[in-house]
Design a binder for this molecule. Structure first.
Ligand code: FE2
Length: 280
């Protein structure tokens, strides 16, 4: 068992940089049914990078509008509050996840690309299943592995042990983490999400994305992210070493009412969608 105890790492999470105040405020505003488009616009305009990102997305082929969207209020109406929240959280997540994560044999940008893929697949499944908030599935898919960034940073001697376990025993990073540390990146991700005061559904999705049967807030969202995560790994998008060791949880498949045929259909539909993960 490693010296990197859960207590120690939880203590270290206290030092993790808080999410920018503007992001916290955008989450609060977009989750409040009394907020107006003007409220959102005022706040977004304070952040130049976020403003241009939102306008770029509103004018992208994805939304397919013929008319040029030139103000944040138009973009907010077009994209919706949840999408604005998603863009704000995604721009933050990109800062945390774009680096190289040696402990997971992930090169620069691989974790970020993998996360975007999982986000896109999560949103696709959510839409297919008529989940009421597909953008929430996108955000949850994007943030699910945030715990890896923290663990990676604090692994020292352990990281060789983790890598060798994964490559020689053919287990997943998740199993290796549990064996060596006694906890895993999903649990750590949950603690980080709590520290950031993310909405409870997101904490639940991050914490239980590998153990959907334990979800106690929104098993449907957790199952969507779990299935999208396993698909991402199986499809080999920046998989690191353990891509072939993932399985779909029976509980998640049952929760979503998906059979093997439907799973195959989703995999073939999303392989086109994810060709261009740099589009964010
Ligand atoms: Fe994970």
């Amino acid at each position: 068992m490693s010296l990197l105890t859960l207590e120690y790492i939880t203590h270290k999470i206290e030092d993790v940089k808080a999410i920018p105040e503007i992001i916290t405020r955008i989450i609060g505003l977009t989750d409040n049914p009394d907020s107006t488009v003007t409220d959102v616009e005022k706040l977004v305009l304070r952040d130049q990078a976020l403003t241009s990102k939102i306008l770029r997305l509103a004018n992208s082929a994805y939304y397919g509008y013929a008319r040029r969207i030139s103000t944040i209020s138009e973009a907010t109406v077009l994209l919706g509050f949840q999408a604005i929240k998603g863009i704000a959280l995604a721009s933050m997540a990109k800062d945390y996840m774009s680096g190289e994560f040696k402990g997971y044999s992930l090169e620069e940008k691989q974790l970020w690309n993998q996360s975007q893929t999982c986000a896109i697949i999560s949103r696709y499944i959510a839409r297919e299943l008529k989940y009421p908030n597909p953008e929430e599935a996108y955000i949850a898919g994007l943030l699910r592995d945030i715990g890896k960034t923290i663990l990676n940073e604090h692994m020292e001697s352990e990281f060789k042990e983790v890598l060798s376990k994964v490559s020689s025993e053919g287990v997943t990073f998740l199993d290796a983490e549990n064996e060596i540390f006694g906890y895993d990146h999903a649990e750590i991700g949950g603690i980080v999400a709590e520290k950031w005061n993310l909405p409870a559904v997101l904490i639940d999705a991050i914490k239980y994305h590998h153990t959907p049967d334990l979800s106690n807030i929104n098993p449907v969202l957790v199952s969507i992210v779990h299935i999208a995560d396993a698909m991402t790994m199986m499809m080999g998008v920046g998989i690191g070493l353990d891509g072939l060791s993932y399985n779909f949880s029976e509980t998640a498949l049952n929760t979503l009412g998906l059979d093997e045929m439907e799973v195959q259909n989703i995999i073939s539909a999303v392989s086109d969608l994810i060709k261009d993960t740099d589009s964010f």
